[in-house]
Unconditional design. Sequence first.
Length: 413
Amino acid sequence: MSDVVDRIWRTDAAGMLGVLARRFGDLDLAEEALQDAVAEAIERWPRDGVPDNAAGWLVTTAWRKGVDRLRRDANGRRKLAVAAQDEAVAEPSDDDRLGIVFACCHPVLAEPAQVALTLHAAAGLPAETIAAAFLLPGATMAQRLVRAKRLLREREVRFEVPEPDTYAQRLPPVLAVLYLIYNEGYLATSRDTPHRRELTREALDLARELHRLMPAEPEVAGLVALLELHESRAATRFGADGRLVLLEDQDRARWDRGLIRVAMRRLATAAARDRPGPYQLEAAIAAQHALAPSYERTDWAALRRHYDLLMTLRPSPVVRLGRAVATGFAIGPAEALAEVDAVADQLSGYRLWHATRADLLLRLGRPEEAIEATSRALALATNPAERELLTRRLAALQPAPPHPATAQPRGQG
């Protein structure tokens, strides 16, 4: 039964928390009440059966438990008077899911807190997983989440989709968070699972719903197109044995061409508004890969130009690393290695920097250094499929041991 509850939590947590937080005006109370409802479900459902509308049952039960908490708390009486104006509790909706995202990305919070709280409340990630993504101790992340929820409560932030005239201010952190949620599902930071498809679906659903609310915002369309282009390859990213399959080795005949066409039309509409942004450029980069007949025949020069434009809008060492990969194919590995080494100070703790460097060193005929770089990438990787791939690469790079018939006994010259 806990598996059933866990499945419902993964698919409906954001909407359930959204409707409860909107009614209570308190994310902490909504979470506590919903956890109480989950505990009751685990106890009652094996006996009574799973309700037809399990998410609605959990929301209604959580609402009653939250009201009971407020009644027991003298400080909660005023909040109860506001929350209980309408005894009926609405079903979770797309607006409730987006409402909790916008609340968690409210300007009263610093950006790291916005991202962490949304990953926790809207995507259901535990503090430990979010901490791993931020390279922070779990206790530090837990404290950050507590402070963020307290600040939202103190400022009486409403858990609802904001008015259109505030979109420009509220939109950038929301887009960033949705992309991070998608990335966590695309290649999980956890050591327990290689990917989390429920997170990629949640992020794409939320991004599409946001696009429905804001059809004139080109960056929203750009993000949706970017996620759709990534999703078009989802069926080919892992082999039947669970191993990670890199872009160059994927079966392009199995890519979802219908979804690629949808994304390309969406991207073209966004570009026609002549308000370029980083998500539109990232989608244009993904489009080059999606439209290329093969990895080798990718238009690497065009990709490099896209990265140059992206650097003007969102300069970062990670963007420079992506540009270096394109340089390696458009110009050559020596030039690319120089670009990679130029960001060593910023990315020496980043596994993909070491993995990229290893590939370039191998192409330059420097296998010993490639082994060292691959070892560093492996030491920094947490995803199990990525670790398995790097382990195989490292084994392939290691020199073969001498054959027993020709090996010299120890101590004899």
